[in-house]
Design a protein around this ligand. Structure first.
Ligand SMILES: [Zn+2]
Length: 413
């Protein structure tokens, strides 16, 4: 299969953009030709990498709005999650995959129960997915299952399986040691939540005399790197440790704002050499899977809070959502439009009012575009979303809403 795009404004490596043609063959970008006389009617960006999500939380979109993290988890989320069965997670992840590919997301790191179902749904949608079994020590046998899952072959070429502890506060020394030991052979970055709230950060210091990042790193958990969601309360020392250990920071600006957790100091992390990626987090705290929104917020928050309009540039935000995300997930080489690179990209319709005129490509992507402006998404050279084609969404919608009702959340749909 090959895809050819002409009159395309291409977002290229080296922070360059220009109009030209791009062609793919198999799963790779075959060639790019620039044409300075051509006018663009579409914009092409590398596929977006959502480096921290809980896909099946589409089932509980917006639940518990207005609660802080600890109450949100215990009063709104955990009681519903206790009812989840494999079929619910499959339906929720399928629905999430639809939303993600329709918004230009080609790769996702998914942390959730029944990961085989998540992997199945995301892979069936044609996405690249990093899934994991969370090593929750209070569930008997779960630490072993986490290791077993990461050690067994993933479903298809595009999927990867990682090790995962939820966080310092939902983990144990035993879990961290077991995963660190298994990772001597697996050598995979570990997926984790770190210092999301002030209370979590401070309680860890009281318990262990160490910050969550220091504590988790001291167990050997990050000896092959990791990707840590949130990091809102991380210290400069934590950032230095992250650079040293190869732990990427996954910034989740919408979720952190909505739950009142705070604003991660991503500019400082970047200055100290940390790889910064972006993620949406789950749909119950975001409440969508729109990576354009995350790019925009990442840039706006950094500029606004530092009183510096150049604190995080539009190009910085694009790299966070593409190549940096790929690096975080141990998928180096993804996230750029270049001959020979994997053919993962999103095509944005430039004819919309909000995208005309196209004066500055990076600025347009970050500050003007929405997920709904994406007209086509390609992963590994295959078209996984085409706005102009019927997509059989009715059956998935019925299955999804059936699952929502089954877990006791009727709503208005
Ligand atoms: Zn999360």
């Amino acid at each position: 299969m090959s895809v050819r795009l002409d009159n395309a404004l291409l977002v290229l490596p080296g922070r360059r953009a220009g109009v030209g043609s791009m062609e793919t063959q198999g799963g790779r970008i075959l060639g790019i030709e620039m044409d300075s006389a051509a006018r663009a009617d579409k914009l092409v960006i590398p596929g977006l990498v959502n480096a921290h999500a809980h896909s099946a939380m589409t089932l509980m979109r917006g639940l518990g709005s207005g609660l802080p993290l600890d109450r949100w988890l215990h009063e709104a989320i955990f009681p519903v999650e206790a009812k989840l069965k494999a079929a619910h997670v499959l339906a929720g992840a399928k629905w999430a995959a639809r939303e993600m590919v329709a918004g230009g997301t080609t790769t996702v790191a998914d942390m959730y129960d029944f990961p085989e179902e998540g992997e199945k749904a995301l892979s069936a949608a044609g996405m690249r997915a990093n899934t994991c079994t969370v090593a929750l020590p209070f569930i008997p046998g779960r630490i072993g299952k986490s290791v077993e899952y990461a050690s067994s072959p993933a479903l298809g070429q595009l999927a990867m399986r990682d090790l995962c502890v939820h966080s310092e506060y939902l983990s144990s020394e035993e879990a961290c040691f077991a995963l660190a030991e298994a990772n001597r052979t697996l050598c995979r970055p570990v997926h984790v939540h770190v210092s999301e709230t002030k209370a979590e950060h401070e309680e860890c210091i009281k318990r262990h005399g160490k910050t969550p990042m220091e504590y988790l790193a001291s167990t050997g958990l990050f000896d092959h790197g990791g990707y840590a969601a949130h990091c809102v309360w991380c210290t400069d020392g934590d950032f230095e440790l992250m650079r040293e250990k190869g732990v990427s920071l996954v910034h989740n600006p919408t979720s952190n704002l909505k739950l009142g957790s705070g604003i991660a100091r991503v500019k400082r992390a970047m200055e100290l050499g940390v790889n910064v990626a972006l993620g949406t987090d789950g749909c119950a705290s975001n409440d969508d899977l729109d990576m354009f929104e995350e790019m925009r917020l990442a840039a706006l928050l950094a500029c606004g809070t530092s009183h510096d309009p150049a604190a995080i540039s539009a190009w910085d935000a694009i790299e966070m959502a593409t190549a940096n995300g790929a690096r975080a997930l141990g998928r180096d080489g993804l996230g750029v439009l270049a001959p020979g690179a994997p053919a993962d990209f999103a095509v944005i319709d430039l004819k919309g009012c909000n995208l005309t005129p196209a004066l500055d490509a990076a600025n347009l992507v970050v500050y003007s575009a929405h997920a709904s402006d994406v007209m086509m998404t390609v992963v590994d050279g295959k078209v996984v979303y085409d706005r102009s084609k019927p997509d059989g969404g009715a059956a998935d919608r019925a299955e999804f809403l059936g699952a929502v009702r089954d877990i006791g959340l009727g709503g208005f749909s």
